[in-house]
Design a binder for this molecule. Structure first.
Ligand code: NAP
Length: 246
């Protein structure tokens, strides 16, 4: 019996990277897990199969985070198909890169839709389903705390909005026994930011631990917040960045 036995979780962007590791970890801790994807249907199915082979329960749902109605439907379907909703993880994300003169308004709209509007809609929809003891966890970025290079303003701005949303809803939903927190990953080895990619050595050099994080490192922080140990943590930010912001 894991600490999340009997709980139901939804992880957005669960087909790979941090989302896949988080879905897998929450399932290993006992939760039934729904995960969304945008295009990677086969990879989402692989994550579901992996969870089921380990004895867990999982469900993949197509839902473009830029499409508000698709997000709301995914939240509702999680509660319907898995019977409840206890844990929402807003993870789906993109990485717009460019200095302030280079990024466009289209980049702005796309990024804000996926990082901010999607999280807002998911929280609004989930609020109708979440039971007492519910958890909302959003994946932000260590670039909220420190922007160490040019080209990151749009990304940092969009992730920063999750902090305000989280603090606000911790007050709105706290009386119902629901917590809300942000986990800020630093350089984490995924397709978005491979540890052997261009610029990876510079990123590694910014850490105190001299290494990239793994998706499992981030998932462990989410599991803590989702589990019994996180019951009295709300409106908070947990940074999992190997010391970049030290
Ligand atoms: P990743 O490997 O690129 O995976 C991104 C995930 O998000 C995929 O499952 C992808 O689905 C999904 N996704 C992207 N756009 C979507 C959309 N419009 N609708 C639905 N799903 C969408 O990225 P990651 O590194 O795991 O990043 C996960 C989160 O951590 C992001 O919010 C990112 O900003 C944040 N983060 C990452 C790092 C890092 O160094 N990796 C650092 C700080 C913060 P498909 O496979 O279907 O495209």
């Amino acid at each position: 019996m894991g600490p999340l036995q009997g709980k139901v979780a939804l992880v957005t962007g669960g087909s790979r990277g941090i989302g896949a590791a988080t879905a897998t970890r929450l399932a290993a801790d006992g939760a039934a897990v729904a995960l969304t994807y945008r295009t990677a249907r086969d990879r989402a199915a692989d994550v579901v199969r992996h969870i089921e082979e380990a004895g867990g329960k999982a469900l993949a749902l197509a839902a473009d985070a830029a499409d508000s109605s698709a997000i709301a439907t995914a939240v509702d379907r999680t509660a319907t198909d898995l019977g409840a909703l206890d844990i929402l993880v807003n993870n789906a994300g993109v990485f717009p890169y460019g200095t302030i003169g280079d990024v466009t308004l289209a980049d702005y709209d796309d990024t804000m839709a996926v990082h901010v509007r999607a999280a807002f809609v998911a929280v609004q929809t989930a609020a109708a389903h979440l039971r007492t003891g519910g958890r909302i966890i959003s994946i932000g970025s260590s670039l909220v705390g420190r922007v160490p290079a040019p080209g990151l303003s749009l990304y940092s701005m969009s992730e920063s909005a999750l902090v305000g949303l989280t603090k606000g809803i911790s007050r709105d939903l706290g009386p119902r026994g629901i917590t809300a927190n942000v986990v800020h990953p630093g350089s984490t080895d995924t397709e978005m930011n491979p540890a052997d990619g261009e610029g990876a050595d510079e990123e590694r050099a910014l850490t105190a631990l001299n290494r990239y994080g793994t998706p499992a490192d981030v998932a462990a922080a989410v599991a803590y917040l989702a589990g019994p140990g996180g019951a009295y943590v709300t409106g908070a930010e947990i940074t999992v960045d190997g010391g970049v912001n030290a």
